[in-house]
Design a protein around this ligand. Structure first.
Ligand code: ATP
Ligand code: MG
Length: 426
């Protein structure tokens, strides 16, 4: 039954044990094999297990067609048009089962592989063999196939060796492969940070040369990639690498800020904060990070003669979100959230009359307060407003009254016009 080229068979490293994989994914492989098909765990789960990272999602590859897979598993669904595959469900897990495909770049005359005028693959549904399936994967380390039943590891592209050498190598000419799918350049950067691998020179060159093609990718796909890049504990590292490869601008509609400016220090502080929260298993949302990455731009757009112009501030909010939206789709639910965080920065600063009581009960207070602390961390000059709010939250009712009273007394002149934003506005 197994028509696979024996040359690809390599000695399975001891680290690759069954217990590294989801029992449900192994069940799926078993059932495929019992039904006369081939079945392998593939991609990220094999790679991560070999590197010593706990794999989080499990992909299965098979010679069964999506219809055949669908028939074998009761809880399953065929999804995708550009790339048809089957989702197989258990109560709490979802495994992607994809059918071996042949290398699209060699078959551009076949109607099931459709490319646009710049070489981008629009549809990729030509079934193939295991050998052929390997060739269309992006990097050698992502093209390892493991059959946990026979303890059989398949490696056609020297992936195991590249894992040992900690290097990211493209399968085929990266200039062509990144034309077929420009997102591969973002994936290269992401894997190099996640695994702490070097990027081969050919791949580096392809990112420089073909990075501009990221401008053609749908904003929905770019948002998915944005989340994988910035919400998986390597945000700061990825941000710096993206910037040095000149492709950050396809993900964030931000200006370039020089070293040691408020803009860059604040973006860095927000990225580090995201990484730290994830490492401490605290909640994060893409909304907060987007609000932070775009904040320096909002402040700039609202500046007039060195002070904040409120009309400009509120007008620019929608425009800046809209402009970001052309790069990465930002789900609707985050638009209000982002604008709330931004406008609360003004209220946290003015603390007029009885407003502070209301602000404490605002559903976005916590996020806006965290945001304020990050602004202060990045500014060389703080006004102690974050500290004031820390106290105001903690203290009892009489204490709160006292705090507000001394705040009133400490102010001279019309407070309505006073927005600190010291370094941000300088
Ligand atoms: P992670 O899940 O950590 O992001 P992964 O390698 O599992 O990493 P997935 O996006 O889950 O990435 O894809 C699974 C596999 O499918 C990859 O390992 C790779 O072999 C293949 N693959 C995914 N996206 C592409 C792509 N854009 N071009 C070529 N192959 C791809
Ligand atoms: Mg994966």
């Amino acid at each position: 039954m197994n028509k696979t080229n024996k040359a690809s068979k390599v000695k399975t490293p001891k680290i690759l044990k069954e217990d590294k994989f989801s029992p449900f994914a192994i069940e799926i492989v078993k059932k495929l094999k019992q039904s006369g098909f081939q079945g392998y765990l593939v991609g990220g789960c094999v790679r991560d297990s070999l590197v010593g990272i706990k794999a989080k999602d499990f992909d299965v590859s098979t010679d069964a067609t999506p219809e055949e897979v669908r028939k074998l598993f009761r809880s399953s669904r065929i999804i995708g048009k550009r790339f048809r595959l089957v989702h197989v469900f258990s109560r709490n897990e979802l495994i992607e089962v994809s059918t071996f495909r042949s290398n699209a770049s060699k078959q551009s005359n076949i109607s099931e592989v459709i490319k646009d005028s710049e070489g981008k693959i629009l549809r990729d549904n030509v079934w193939g063999t295991l050998e052929e399936d390997c060739v269309r994967r992006d990097f050698s380390i992502n093209a390892l196939y493991f059959d946990p039943i026979e303890n059989d590891l398949r490696d056609f592209h020297n992936g195991l060796n590249h894992i040992q050498k900690k290097i990211l190598v493209s399968i085929g000419d990266p200039l062509v492969r990144f034309e077929e799918d420009p997102v591969r350049s973002l994936r290269a950067i992401r894997f190099s940070s996640k695994l702490n691998f070097k990027i081969s020179n050919a791949v580096k060159e392809a990112i420089y040369q073909k990075g501009y093609l990221l401008g053609n990718i749908s904003n929905a796909r770019m948002f998915d990639e944005f989340c994988k890049i910035f919400l998986t504990k390597n945000a700061l590292n990825n941000f710096n690498k993206l910037e040095s490869f000149g492709v950050l601008k396809y993900l964030i509609n931000s200006n370039d800020y020089a070293e040691d400016t408020f803009g860059l220090r604040f973006q860095h502080a927000a990225l580090i904060n995201t990484d730290n929260r994830l490492k401490a298993s605290k909640s994060i949302t893409p909304g907060f990070l987007i609000a932070a990455l775009l904040w320096p731009r909002l402040v700039e757009a609202s500046k007039e003669k060195g002070v904040l112009n409120l009309r400009k501030f509120f007008r620019s909010m929608d425009r800046i979100i809209r402009e970001q939206q052309t790069l990465t789709a930002v789900p609707r639910k985050f638009h209000g959230y982002i604008k709330d965080i931004w406008s609360l920065q003004l209220k946290l600063e003015t603390r007029l009359g009885h407003q502070p009581y209301k602000i404490l009960n605002h559903p976005r207070f916590r996020a806006a307060y965290d945001f304020l602390l990050l602004r202060e961390e990045a500014a060389n000059d703080t006004q102690g407003i974050g500290e004031w709010w820390t106290q105001f939250q903690r203290i009892n009712r009489p204490g709160k009254i006292e705090l507000l009273k001394s705040l009133r007394e400490s102010r001279n002149g019309p407070v309505e016009k006073k927005f600190g934003f010291l370094e941000e506005l300088s």
